[in-house]
Design a protein around this ligand. Structure first.
Ligand code: PMV
Length: 360
């Protein structure tokens, strides 16, 4: 597949107006994407668990307009008009225009809401951009006279979502998603996410993710700035190789269900992501004292019990705690009694692996 596969034939049908709604999840990377080339091409492959409860629901209403000169749209979050969301969507539209030539033909009303609090520090770009990409695909489907297969629909939705926010391409379909070319993973692509195609041990069924909200503030470093820090980074080359190696190792770990080996890869990936930020120029520390408190308590808990609990981090201070379903009760008790007070307002969100987006 190349980019040109996603340029549509001229549309035969026309539509005056209509609306589509999609609900799309967030995801949490196990092997992290950090560093990109032109056109949102990742420097290394990544793999993520799709979440089940942290979702964005977006309704795209469209009305045909008189002239096709410019993009015309408004964005609402929880019913409130959001002027500050517009530049990001304008950029997104410019990037995907080639692949969706109808974009200038309609006025769009984009109404969006998240199941998680907006100011929770949980990034909504993955769920938000994937939900919008899916709505736009529904519109394309209605304009096309040929049937779009499900595979093509999802692949193109992921392809478009990637152009909105890289990690959004891992939020379309499936529970375990690979994005980025990897020599041992058939069908893997830099252009879109695919469902992990090999055997996954039952130890990973309904894997749990409790997100500890350590810092609900705005991101200290935007993703765009963060990814750019990997250009001319002294350790970038080795880091990108390491991501390939870690993904290779995960293939046998997913097959065998070896959770001790899983923990080593996942925690090392999280700390490496932060190490990259600490060693870039300019440099950043995105962890907070409570992030470290939590990590140390997780390590102590694991040493004192037989638990397979582990942590991962995004590009911020919040901690994702990953654990098998059979430890749900004990780990939640541990979180409530020992970790919650390290979170802002004792706030944490319990989630688990989900299966992707759905149309509403
Ligand atoms: O999708 P972006 O450009 O916001 O990048 C997200 C990068 C990380 O969340 C830090 C890692 C990942 O792979 O999701």
């Amino acid at each position: 597949m190349t980019e040109s596969n996603f340029i549509p034939k001229p549309y035969k049908k026309s539509l005056e107006n209509g609306r589509f709604t999609w609900s799309s999840p967030s995801n949490i990377a196990l092997v992290k994407y950090w560093g990109k080339k032109e056109d949102q091409i990742p420097e290394n492959p990544s793999i993520s668990f799709t979440l089940n409860n942290c979702k964005t629901t977006t309704t795209l209403s469209f009305t045909e307009k008189e002239n096709n000169n410019e993009f015309s749209f408004d964005v609402f979050l929880d019913g409130e008009k959001k002027e500050d969301f517009k530049p990001k969507i304008e950029t997104f539209f410019k990037r995907i225009e080639n692949y969706l030539p109808f974009l200038r033909h309609f006025y769009f009303k984009i109404e969006t809401s998240n199941t998680f609090p907006h100011s929770s520090g949980i990034a909504s770009s993955a769920s938000g951009m994937s939900a919008l990409a899916l709505c736009l695909m529904s519109l394309e489907k209605s304009l096309s006279d040929t049937q779009l297969s499900n595979t093509y629909f999802n692949q193109k939705a992921s392809f478009l979502a990637r152009l909105g926010s890289g990690s959004a391409c891992r939020s379309i379909e499936g529970d375990l998603i690979v994005w980025g070319t990897h020599h041992e993973i058939d069908g893997s692509s830099n252009l879109f996410g695919i469902k992990y195609p090999y055997q996954v041990h039952q130890n990973f069924n309904n894997y749990q993710d409790t997100i500890l909200l350590v810092d609900k503030g705005e991101k200290q470093v935007s993703s765009t700035v963060g990814h750019n820090l990997m250009h001319n980074h002294p350790y970038a080359k080795r880091r990108f190789e390491q991501a390939h190696d870690n993904l290779s190792q995960l293939i046998s770990i997913f097959k065998s269900g070896d959770l001790d080996a899983f923990i080593k890869i996942v925690e090392s990936e999280a700390l490496t992501l932060h190490a990259m930020m600490m060693t870039s120029m300019p440099y950043f520390i995105l962890m907070k004292p409570n992030t470290l408190e939590i990590i140390n308590k997780i390590w102590a808990y694991r040493a004192n019990t037989n638990s397979k609990i582990c942590f991962t981090l995004d590009a911020g201070a919040n901690v994702h705690i990953l654990y098998p379903e059979n430890e749900k009760e004990t780990v939640l008790d541990f979180i409530k009694t020992k970790l919650a007070h390290h979170c802002q307002n004792e706030h944490f969100i319990t989630d688990q692996i989900g299966f992707g987006a759905n149309q509403i």
